[in-house]
Design a protein around this ligand. Structure first.
Ligand SMILES: C[S@@+](CC[C@H](N)C(=O)[O-])C[C@H]1O[C@@H](n2cnc3c(N)ncnc32)[C@H](O)[C@@H]1O
Length: 265
């Protein structure tokens, strides 16, 4: 057996390697798209044709929805992810769909019928001001009766809080394992500092990327209060990360993952 060549990148970002991000977080993409389209049919008060994803990353959801006939676009702050997303659109003969922009200040040239943000990216907005600005910007970008679907983790007031998660995926001889755990929780500052450790293995190589992610925390009440500040939205349904359209949830003290369906008035 030969020794693997190990490269460690402390302070790097998995988002700078969108092909690996895509493999490890792409496992449930089809199911997520089914759920999104189910929400469009069930909850929107308009036909959904044009959709937007703030913080679209590698574009794993955008490309699938485009292949299902939707007119898609997205933005992200991470340049390698945006380039990767656009390359995969071009390869399939489609118009590049992603651009670099901050979701706190996003402004779209044309209104969209729906938008979605599933993997807690909303919690990367560092404070209340930015979160409110983002929601207001999304409300301005949506046509009346359109939807904004937002998935995130709530801070439960009872029960055991999930403080570590792990995802793995393999393709051929490539394997990616990504673990994330809480390093520090500042309840008063409403900030959770997490470590994300990604290990990428191929025969003979091993890449380790260690980074810190900072999430703003939300209790159920804090999130509802924030949503209420943006008067253009009504919360019309809540689901969890099982993405079961026929099993909406009501939020209780132990609820941790939520997917809110907000409808533009
Ligand atoms: C967990 S990934 C989610 C990617 C994608 N939504 C998905 O479901 O696969 C979070 C993404 O948020 C992006 N991001 C973080 N803060 C951002 C901001 N202020 N504006 C735009 N993108 C941001 C990161 O670059 C990263 O691609």
């Amino acid at each position: 057996m030969t020794d693997a060549c190990v490269t460690s990148i402390a302070g790097g970002h998995l988002y700078d390697y969108p092909q690996y991000y895509d493999l490890v977080f792409g496992v449930g993409t089809s199911g997520e798209c089914d759920f999104l389209q189910g929400c469009f049919d069930l909850h929107a008060r308009r036909r959904v044709k044009r959709v937007f994803e703030p913080a679209c990353g590698s574009g794993r959801l955008l490309i699938k929805l485009a292949q299902r006939g939707l007119d898609v676009s997205g933005c992200d702050l991470n340049r390698p992810s945006v380039d990767y997303c656009n390359r995969r659109f071009k390869r399939r003969g489609l118009r590049p769909a992603a651009f670099v922009a901050d979701i706190a200040t996003i402004s779209l040239p044309l209104k969209v019928d729906a938008a979605f943000n599933l993997l807690s990216s909303f919690q990367l907005l560092p404070n209340e001001h930015e979160a409110e600005r983002h929601l207001a910007a999304m409300a301005r970008s949506l046509a009346r009766g359109g939807l904004y679907i937002v998935g995130l983790h709530l801070m439960p007031s009872e029960g055991r809080r999930i403080s570590a998660e792990r995802w793995t995926a393999t393709r051929g001889r490539l394997s990616v394992c990504c673990r994330i755990w809480t390093r520090q929780l500042h309840r008063r500052r409403r900030q959770e500092r997490c470590v994300m450790l990604s290990e990428i293995k191929t025969p003979g190589t091993r890449l380790r990327i260690e980074e810190e992610l900072r999430f703003r925390t939300y209790s159920a009440l804090q999130l509802q209060r924030l949503f209420r500040k943006v008067r253009e939205f009504d919360a019309v349904a809540i689901y969890d990360f099982t993405y079961d359209l026929f099993d909406p949830i009501s939020v209780g003290p132990e609820t941790q993952d939520v997917v809110y369906v907000l409808r533009r008035r």
